[in-house]
Design a protein around this ligand. Structure first.
Ligand SMILES: Cc1cc2nc3c(=O)[nH]c(=O)nc-3n(C[C@H](O)[C@H](O)[C@H](O)COP(=O)(O)O)c2cc1C
Length: 163
């Protein structure tokens, strides 16, 4: 049986964000989903090889100063060109053409995650990937409703890659 690989890249600096991340990972590893290997990397350790070896992606970040975390930005800065991204003459990300690997995204903040979500999407639109599940945005205290939604996000992405 072919095994697809789902790469989870996250920045989870606090207990509440870890709860969300753990729920996403648990959903991705749901027993009912077969033929998917889940690989988890912190945003500061993930490499371009991790990205190239994966068939789909889940990204998680905090909102910081109206942007994604510096850690996840470091990840994108590191892997962008090797992952198939192209830059315009002004250094902005050019819209991608070609293959479309699925990705999902979750963002945790305390006030407003709009800019953080936008910052991720503006970069990944320049990679040969396509968003395959709605962005999960969570503000403030993480409740069971949020962890259930995070589990669902992980399971949805894994199911998409399952045979
Ligand atoms: C330097 C800094 C900047 C932040 N900027 C934002 C922000 O722009 N929007 C937002 O919703 N939360 C912001 N936050 C809150 C973090 O997103 C939040 O602390 C993080 O998701 C962890 O959640 P927790 O503190 O509830 O555990 C910021 C936090 C820090 C420390």
């Amino acid at each position: 049986m072919n095994v697809a690989r789902l790469l989870v890249v996250h920045h989870s600096p606090t207990h509440s964000v870890k709860e969300l991340t753990d729920a996403v990972i648990a959903g991705a590893n749901d027993d009912a989903i077969e033929g998917v290997e889940v690989v988890v990397r912190s945003a500061l350790e993930a490499t371009a090889d991790d990205v190239l070896a994966a068939d789909g992606y889940l990204f998680g970040t905090t909102a910081n100063f109206g942007y994604m975390s510096g850690a996840l930005k470091h990840f994108f800065d590191t892997i962008f060109l090797e992952a198939g991204g192209a830059l315009s003459d002004d250094g902005s990300a050019s819209p991608a053409t070609g293959g479309k690997k699925p990705f999902g995204l979750w963002v945790h903040g305390r006030y407003d995650t709009t800019g953080a979500v936008r910052s991720v999407l503006s970069i990944v639109q320049a990679l040969p990937w396509t968003q395959a599940a709605p962005t999960l945005e969570v503000l403030g205290e993480v409740t069971e409703v949020h962890t259930a939604a995070a589990y669902e996000l992980g399971a949805t992405m894994a199911a998409l890659l399952s045979d």
